[in-house]
Design a protein around this ligand. Structure first.
Ligand code: ADP
Ligand code: MG
Length: 738
C-alpha cells in the first residue's frame, strides 16, 4: 500500500505507516477506509465526535409512541428484529422492505422504500436495534417509522457494551457516529466506531496535550482537554456531556478569535493608514442641501467613522443598518471627506443594477458639487471602458462606483484612499484584501443591509469594528404586512388595482421556480402575460428578470421610476437596492418558498416614501406536498413549519435584527452570510446560533491573551502556540492578506 500520511500522530512523531494502526482494532483495511473519510490520525479519530447520542430521554417504549406523534425531535425505540420481509406496496406496487421490531410493550413496523435490496439481508432475526424517526401515522391509527435511522446495538463479539436491556434504568448515554458505505463495509458502522474510539482513548488519551493555560481554564470554567475528549465520546451523565461540549466548543471559538485578534492587530500595526482632516467644505455643502435632518443613529455612526478617519490606524468598519435606514448618505459624507483630502474613493456593489443605482443616487446628491464620479461595470463599450480606466489611473475620477470590475488587475488607482463595500455578504475576506492592495492602505467601510446577529458579527466579521444604524428616518410609516392564501388572490389583485387608481405603483415578485433559468423564464413570462391580459388589462405592466441584458433592465426600471409602468412583475432580481418611493405595494407570490432575509429585503423596497405601504405575502403551503415528495413525513412537516414561521415573523416584526435571529435559527449559520468564503473555518461542534455567550468569553480571552503576550513567549503558552500554528496555519495565511 502506498500511503504517506501527511499528519503526524498525536505525539507529533512522523510515521511511515498509518499511525491509525497503533489503535487496537484498526488494521490496514480500516486505516485506509478511515483515511478516505479524512480520519488520518489518532487525533482525527478522537476529534471525530459523535453526531448524536442515544439519550435516555428520547428512548420510548413502543406502547408509548402515540404520545410522540407531534414530536419536534425524532424519538428512539430499542427492540429486537421480530419479522422482516420484502413486499409490494398495494398502492404503487413499489417494492418495500418491512421490518417489525419488538420490545416488551409491542411491535413497531419500520418501512424502507429505498435501498430495499440491501436491507433485505441487513439484519439478523433477533438482532438488537435502536431505530430513530418521527413517528408517523399509518392506517387505522397504527404508528410506523419510515426510513428510520438505525444503530445496531450488540454483536456476538461485543463485550464492552452496556447492558441494553437496562438502558431505561441506568441512564447510559451511547454515542452515535456517522458512517459511510465504505466504512460500514469494513465494520465501521456506528457500533464499530464506538469500539475503536474506546480503544484509542485507552491507549492514547494520556498523550493528548492540554492547549489552554490554567488561567484561562479556570476563569472560563472549562474541563481539561483529556477529560473533555473522554466525556464527549462516553459521557457518564448528561452534565458531563454538557461540560465536555462546552470545553471543546470553547477550543474552536477561542482559536478562531485568536486568529481574528492577530488579524486585527496586524492591520493596525503593519502599515500606517491615512490620517484625514475631517473638516470638509464638500460635506458641509452637502449637509446644507439635504431636505432632511440626519437621524441620531446616523450622526453617531458618522462620528465613529470620523474618529477612524482621523486616526492613522487604517479603518476597518462594518456598517450595519436595515434597508432604508440611510447608510448611503452616511457613506457619502465620509467619501467626500476623503475626496477633499485629495484621495480617490471606490464604492463596490455586488451587482450591476445595484452599482448603477448607487451611482445615480450619489450623482443625485453631488451633482452640484465639484466632484468627478465614474461608473465601472462589466459590459461597457471598449472605448468608454478605456476612458474610465484612464480617469482612474490619472486620478481624475475622484469617486468610482462599480462592481467586481474594480478588482480587475488592469484597474489602477492613482491615490485610492477610501473604499466602501456594499456587501450583501457576497464579498469575502480575499476580495476585501485585493481592494486594499490597490490602495494606500485605504480606510475600508463595509456596508450591509442584512442585519447580522451579534454572534455572527463577532466571528465572520470579527476583525472589523461594528457600527449600527438602528433607527429609521422619522418620516417612515410602518409597512402593513399580511399573509393571504392562494385562494384569496383575487381580492389581493383588486386591492392592487384600487391603489394604482390612486396613483400608486406595485411590485409583484415570483420565486425562482425550477433549477433551470430557462424554465423559470418561461414560467415568469407566462405569468406575466396572464397578469397583463387577464388580471390587470387596464394597467401598464413591465417584466424584469435575471436573463435580461442590463440595458433592458435599465429601461424597465427607468420606466417604472417614471411611472410609465405601474406594476413591475419580477423574479427576485429587484431584491437589492431599487429605490422607487411611489411604489407602495409589494406582492410576493409563493412566499412560502422565499427565505426570511430575502422576504425582508423585498419588503424593504416599499415604505420608502411618505404614503402607507403594504406587503402581502401570498402563501401556498400545498406547494410542499406537491413538490417535496421525496421527503420523509417529518422533514416535510418541518419544512412547512419553517415556512409558516418565516411568514409569521414577517407579520410580527419589521426589526431586521430580530428577523436575522430567526433566520439564523431556521437555517443555521452555514448557508447564510457567506461563511464559507469569509475565511472562517467550519466548526465541528461550536454553533453560532446557540453559543453566543461562549463566543463572547472566548473573544475576551483571546484578545486579552494577544494583548498580554503577543508573541506567545510565556512557557505557559507554549502548547497553545504550537497548537495554534499547527491547526490554523491556513487561516493565518489568509489572515496575512486580510
Ligand atoms: P440604505 O442605504 O440604508 O438602504 P438609503 O441611504 O438608500 O438607505 O436611504 C433610503 C432613503 O431614505 C433615501 O431616499 C434617503 O435619501 C432617505 N434618507 C436617508 N436618511 C434620511 C433621514 N435622516 N431622514 C429622511 N430621509 C432619509
Ligand atoms: Mg442604499
Amino acid at each position: 500500500m502506498n500511503r504517506t500520511p501527511t499528519t503526524p500522530d498525536i505525539k507529533g512523531r512522523p510515521r511511515t505507516e498509518s499511525p491509525m494502526q497503533y489503535v487496537k482494532g484498526i488494521g490496514p483495511k480500516r486505516a485506509t477506509a478511515l483515511e478516505i473519510a479524512s480520519i488520518r490520525s489518532i487525533r482525527d479519530l478522537l476529534y471525530n465526535f459523535p453526531f448524536d447520542y442515544l439519550d435516555r430521554s428520547r428512548i420510548v417504549h413502543i406502547r408509548d409512541l402515540k404520545k410522540f406523534v407531534d414530536a419536534e425531535e425524532p424519538v428512539t425505540v430499542i427492540g429486537q428484529v421480530y419479522r422482516q420481509e420484502l413486499r409490494r406496496s398495494r398502492r404503487s406496487h413499489q417494492l418495500v422492505f418491512l421490518l417489525t421490531l419488538e420490545d416488551e410493550t409491542g411491535h413497531l413496523p419500520c418501512v424502507w422504500f429505498k435501498g430495499v435490496q440491501w436491507f433485505k439481508d441487513a439484519f439478523e432475526p433477533g438482532e438488537l436495534l435502536a431505530v430513530s424517526a418521527y413517528p408517523g401515522f399509518y392506517k387505522l391509527g397504527r404508528i410506523q417509522f419510515t426510513h428510520p435511522e438505525f444503530d445496531r446495538l450488540k454483536g456476538a463479539e461485543e463485550e464492552d457494551e452496556p447492558d441494553w436491556g437496562k438502558l431505561f434504568n441506568t441512564g447510559a448515554i451511547i454515542p452515535k457516529y456517522s458512517s459511510t458505505a465504505d466504512l460500514t463495509k469494513v465494520g465501521l458502522d456506528s457500533r464499530g466506531f464506538r469500539r475503536i474510539v474506546r480503544n484509542a482513548l485507552k491507549s492514547h488519551l494520556h498523550s493528548v496535550e492540554e492547549t489552554l493555560p490554567d488561567e484561562i481554564r479556570s476563569r472560563a470554567d472549562l474541563l481539561g482537554c483529556r477529560a473533555a475528549l473522554e466525556q464527549i465520546h462516553f459521557p457518564a451523565r448528561p452534565e458531563d456531556l454538557a461540560a465536555a461540549r462546552r470545553r471543546l466548543k470553547f477550543d474552536e471559538l477561542f482559536f478562531l478569535q485568536l486568529m481574528l485578534a492577530y488579524r486585527k492587530r496586524r492591520l493596525g500595526q503593519e502599515k500606517k493608514g491615512i490620517t484625514y482632516t475631517i473638516e470638509s467644505e464638500l460635506a458641509r455643502t452637502l449637509a446644507a442641501s439635504l431636505p432632511f435632518e440626519l437621524t441620531k443613529a446616523q450622526r453617531r455612526v458618522l462620528n465613529e467613522i470620523a474618529d477612524d478617519m482621523r486616526s492613522s490606524k487604517p479603518m476597518n468598519r462594518l456598517l450595519q443598518g436595515d434597508v432604508g435606514s440611510g447608510k448611503t448618505i452616511v457613506a457619502l459624507f465620509a467619501m467626500l471627506v476623503a475626496v477633499e483630502n485629495g484621495y480617490q474613493v471606490a464604492m463596490m456593489a455586488p451587482t450591476e443594477i445595484l452599482a448603477e443605482q448607487h451611482f445615480r443616487t450619489l450623482e443625485g446628491y453631488v451633482n452640484k458639487l465639484p466632484v468627478t464620479m465614474r461608473l465601472l461595470i462589466g459590459g461597457q463599450k471598449k472605448k468608454l471602458r478605456e476612458d474610465i480606466r484612464e480617469d482612474i489611473q490619472s486620478g481624475r475620477a475622484q469617486i468610482v462606483v462599480g462592481t467586481h470590475a474594480i478588482l480587475e488587475e488592469n484597474i489602477k488607482f492613482a491615490r485610492l484612499g477610501f473604499v466602501v463595500i456594499d456587501e450583501q455578504h457576497r464579498f469575502g475576506v480575499l476580495q476585501r484584501a485585493t481592494l486594499r492592495e490597490k490602495g494606500l492602505n485605504p480606510d475600508v467601510l463595509v456596508m450591509t443591509a442584512t442585519p447580522i446577529p451579534r454572534t455572527l458579527s463577532l466571528t465572520v466579521y470579527g476583525d472589523l469594528d461594528v457600527s449600527v444604524i438602528d433607527e429609521m428616518p422619522a418620516n417612515r410609516k410602518p409597512i402593513k404586512t399580511g399573509v393571504r392564501l392562494e385562494d384569496q388572490k383575487q381580492k389581493v389583485y383588486q386591492f392592487v388595482s384600487e391603489e394604482i387608481r390612486h396613483g400608486r405603483q406595485a411590485y409583484i415578485v415570483f420565486p425562482l421556480i425550477e433549477e433551470s433559468e430557462k424554465v423559470d423564464l418561461k414560467a415568469a413570462t407566462a405569468e406575466f402575460e396572464r397578469l397583463r391580459t387577464e388580471v390587470f388589462p387596464e394597467h401598464s405592466l413591465g417584466l424584469l428578470h435575471g436573463r435580461m441584458k442590463s440595458e433592458e433592465k435599465d429601461e424597465i426600471m427607468m420606466k417604472f421610476k417614471a411611472r410609465e409602468i405601474q406594476i413591475l412583475v419580477s423574479t427576485t432580481v429587484i431584491e437589492v437596492g431599487i429605490d422607487v418611493p411611489n411604489a407602495t405595494i409589494m406582492i410576493i407570490e409563493n412566499a412560502e418558498r422565499f427565505g426570511l432575509s430575502q422576504l425582508h429585503q423585498l419588503r424593504g423596497r416599499v415604505g420608502r416614501g411618505a404614503d402607507q405601504s403594504y406587503c402581502i405575502l401570498i402563501a401556498n403551503y400545498g406547494w410542499f406536498d406537491a413538490h417535496r415528495k421525496g421527503l420523509e413525513a417529518g422533514e416535510l412537516k418541518r419544512e412547512k413549519m419553517h415556512a409558516q414561521t418565516r411568514l409569521e415573523t414577517m407579520v410580527e416584526t419589521a426589526d431586521g435584527f430580530k428577523i436575522a435571529e430567526v433566520d439564523l435559527r431556521l437555517r443555521g449559520p452555514g448557508e447564510i452570510f457567506g461563511i464559507r468564503q469569509s475565511g472562517v473555518p467550519e466548526f465541528r461542534i461550536a454553533n453560532l446560533v446557540e453559543d453566543g455567550e461562549l463566543i463572547a468569553i472566548a473573544r475576551k480571552e483571546a484578545f486579552l491573551l494577544v494583548e498580554r503576550d503577543p508573541q506567545l513567549r510565556s512557557p505557559s503558552h507554549r502548547q497553545l502556540r504550537k497548537h495554534f500554528e499547527d491547526q490554523y496555519k491556513d487561516a493565518l495565511e489568509l489572515g496575512n492578506v486580510g
